[in-house]
Design a protein around this ligand. Structure first.
Ligand SMILES: [Fe+2]
Ligand SMILES: [Fe+2]
Length: 325
């Protein structure tokens, strides 16, 4: 057997590296998609793995706050809708793990990092869902903020991520509408229902603004993400777009946005500063439900061990049957 090890990558010289790097930058500048088999700088790969994995984890952990209301939704119709929505989020997590796997990390590795508490996910999912109105506020505000963040990702320079986002965004749009519809019904209901909707807005407003990440002045990854067309807008730009879209919706509902500094300057809604110390605290593991969320994910993983073992045994049996045939 002649073997020349042609599948082994040759170490690249400085000249090759700069040529490849130039070609990569030109491709990104020309709005061409980068595909898994293309050469890419290590830093680009690392940036994407981190972002896509965090995004996938957020979809998976994001099932928990609303999952809390699946057995207590106020009608069969509401239960059906909520069930469909929570299942969509599971699907989003799975597409995104697949997209990240094309960059050379395994799903097992990502899941391990999540379960060990070493991976980050969106801080918003560490807040509790105390009333049914919270399911409305999550759909309206949290999925609304997710859409604002994710629509530009459909044009992300990395092909598999951009393509996954197209379908995800369509589903997020349904999520946002169902949340707004819950809020509309409650706001037009009894005084108690309207108060419940207001209370949910009071508790979810600021954490929703934090979903766009720290202010641009403090954000460490903005510049490179923008240059490589992973991000198209900065955190502050997206936050402003979200506030401009959402404040009129709150007014339509007859609810008050819990921000004494809110005012309209003729072009934009000017808003107060979120409590960034709270953001840091929740992100670093000390939010109201961080421990509960990780414990729930770990329990689900342990409870599902037999399914994974059965799937491996089934695949093995199938392979041995094929060998015999
Ligand atoms: Fe989602
Ligand atoms: Fe969603």
């Amino acid at each position: 057997m002649y073997t020349q090890g042609l599948d082994q990558a040759e170490p690249l010289g400085d000249e090759d590296l700069s040529r490849l790097s130039e070609r990569f930058e030109a491709k990104v500048a020309a709005e061409d998609k980068v595909e898994p088999t293309d050469w890419m700088p290590d830093a680009y790969r690392t940036l994407l793995v981190r972002q896509i994995a965090q995004h996938a984890h957020s979809e998976i952990v994001g099932m928990l706050p609303e999952g809390n209301w699946l057995s207590r939704a106020p009608s069969l119709r509401r239960k059906g809708i909520l069930l469909a929505k929570v299942q969509d989020e599971a699907g989003h997590g799975l597409y995104l793990y697949c997209a990240a796997e094309t960059l050379g990390i395994s799903r097992d590795e990502m899941v391990e990092q999540l379960l060990a508490g070493t991976a980050k996910y969106s801080s918003i999912f560490n807040y509790p869902t105390l009333t049914w109105a919270d399911c409305g506020a999550i759909g309206w505000l949290v999925d609304g903020a997710a859409i604002m963040n994710q629509v530009p990702l459909c044009r992300c320079s990395y092909g598999p991520y951009a393509r996954a986002m197209v379908r995800i965004c369509r589903e997020e749009s349904f999520h946002q509408r169902q949340g707004f519809e819950i809020m509309t019904v409650l706001s037009q209901g009894t005084p108690e229902q309207k108060a419940m909707a207001q209370d949910a807005l009071d508790r979810w407003w600021w954490p929703s603004l934090m979903m766009f990440g720290p202010p641009d002045a403090q954000s460490t990854h903005n510049d490179r993400s923008m240059r490589w067309k992973v991000k198209r807008f900065t955190n502050d730009e997206l936050r402003q777009k979200f506030v401009d879209m959402t404040v009129p919706q709150a007014h339509f509902l007859g609810l008050t946005v819990p921000d004494p500094d809110l005012s309209y300057n003729g072009e934009h809604w000017v808003f107060g500063e979120p409590d960034w110390s709270e953001f840091k605290r929740v992100l670093s593991g000390d939010g109201p439900c961080n421990r509960e969320r990780l414990a729930a994910r770990n329990k689900a993983h342990d409870d599902g061990a037999w399914v994974r073992e059965a799937a491996v045994a089934h695949a093995e049996k199938k392979r041995s049957r094929e060998r015999v045939a």
